[in-house]
Unconditional design. Sequence first.
Lengths: 303, 236
Amino acid sequence: MVNLNTDIAGLHFENPVIPASGTFGFGEDFAPLWDLNRVGGIAVKGTTLEPRYGNPLPRIAECEGGMLNCVGLQNPGIEKVLSEKLPALRSVYKGVILLNISGFSEQEYLSCCEMASQSPDVDAIELNVSCPNVHGGGMAFGTDAKALGLLVAKLRPVCTKPLFVKLSPNVTDIVAVAKAAEEGGADGLVLINTLLGMRININTRKPILSNTTGGLSGDCIFPIALRMVYQVSNACSVPVIGCGGVSSGEQAVEMMMAGARAVQVGSASLRDPWACPRIAQEIADVCIKLKINSISDIWQKTL
Amino acid sequence: MVNETLTILSNESLARDVRMMRLACALVPEPGQFLQVSVPGGFLRRPFGVADYRDGVLSIIYKIVGKGTEYMSRMQPGQALDVLHYLGNGFRLQPGSKRVCLIGGSVGLAPLLYLARFVKDATVVMGFRSRADVMLREEFEALGCRVTVCTEDGSEGVKGFVTDALPEDMDYYYACGPMPMLRAVCNAAKVEGQLSLEARMGCGFGACVGCSIMTKDGTARVCKEGPVFSSDKLIW
Ligand SMILES: Cc1cc2nc3c(=O)[nH]c(=O)nc-3n(C[C@H](O)[C@H](O)[C@H](O)COP(=O)(O)OP(=O)(O)OC[C@H]3O[C@@H](n4cnc5c(N)ncnc54)[C@H](O)[C@@H]3O)c2cc1C
Ligand SMILES: Cc1cc2nc3c(=O)[nH]c(=O)nc-3n(C[C@H](O)[C@H](O)[C@H](O)COP(=O)(O)O)c2cc1C
Ligand code: FES
């Protein structure tokens, strides 16, 4: 038996697979398909202080080996998330619930962190400072190391749960932003969010997405995510969770060899709703093949 | 929802750039539901409405518009197709209505063909670009429907759009086709109906809200609360 347990920032994960925010809702669409307890954690849909409809359609485009989205943080608002969505998830799920929070101002992030800290159904907060699809939104914080450091330092004291910061890859120096988040007091880092991309319909000469640009995810971003996880886990001492283009157990193991303590799986679940439990099983199979007894042996051996 | 690989029984041309694929399938769909098809080289699955189901044979009708449908058109009987099914809410049958009209543009007729099995004495108004695109007339007539064909260039049937040929006395309708057609039908019809919408989909089963629209009841996912919506709930 391979030991898949992993402890990150004081939280215990039964296995290192975590559905990524925005690709899993609040679990409702997956719970009828498989026992949610087969994944170590769940990062729920990005939540804001007020309810948001998001961007008009079309919000989805495809590309070679991936997809683009400009959903624009559609969500019912944090009150409803805390009073309805998370209790419903908690009633069927014992693992780690990460509440993904976005904001348009420091005050909004503060209010959300305060409210989330009161909830028994939130195990950790995942700060989304990297959404590329909303104007004046989180990404402004995520691409400016100084602003991010200050924001995290403001939130850290009001946040009674482990605080993860999810980084944007849309920067020239990922290590600088990661270090700023760490110095601000982040308990862990999640990387990466989507890369800013675009598609044009050549028949109409118009962008396919309503927002012109959108966030690129899927297989094609895996090497970028892997490189960033590697750079950041070598430069920072807080734990790193890898995310971006993971769709198999082998890729998950590769991500952990780059330094990640766990992996988030996003777009892969959209084409294969059983992707997360399958990847968890595949990780165990790969470990047996590579004669690895415990997944902590993977990330502890730095490259 | 299940993920299955279905065996292709046939894959034949119906009209210009349109094919009908028949698949062996034990699960019985509701009219108006759809499936998500995986194509090699495509990252996302492709949604297609159920065009017919009878005696363990599921049919879809698809237009070749891009790389996924191009690939499907080259598939042979005996090959396997990976699908997620069945998805969406489907049409809700209106037992009170007597003079029902099925309104479809081109491949939008697909879900209406299966629906026609459940609706008695329907009138079908079908819209196409031109004569080379006309299809499914005999199939609807075989189910007891009266059929009016419209072509934009007048090369067959009524010259114009489906809205130029809506029966005066219809008391309910079901429509499927491109969004501009659906909007025109909704505006032209004096009675209520149900419309099957199209949206680019990330997942097809509710997870990504990539297909979410605003309705009079709030947000709704085309793939989950839809694809069929009552005309009085839509905001154009
Ligand atoms: C609920 C629903 C039911 C549908 N039923 C049918 C049907 O019965 N017959 C039929 O011919 N077509 C149907 N369509 C449209 C069909 O899904 C697209 O024509 C198809 O996805 C095109 O794939 P492609 O790879 O050939 O095109 P590409 O342009 O190469 O596809 C690129 C991406 O865009 C998406 N896309 C492109 N056009 C559309 C479109 N019109 N609607 C949604 N996504 C699109 C594709 O799924 C893919 O993700 C339906 C769409 C929806 C939403
Ligand atoms: C449709 C969609 C919606 C997303 N919504 C969010 C969100 O609300 N908050 C967030 O932090 N990331 C969001 N993401 C980003 C993913 O969580 C993930 O970081 C990214 O997709 C890269 O991983 P992947 O390649 O495995 O999909 C979204 C991604 C997709 C495809
Ligand atoms: S396509 Fe993902 S929610 Fe509808």
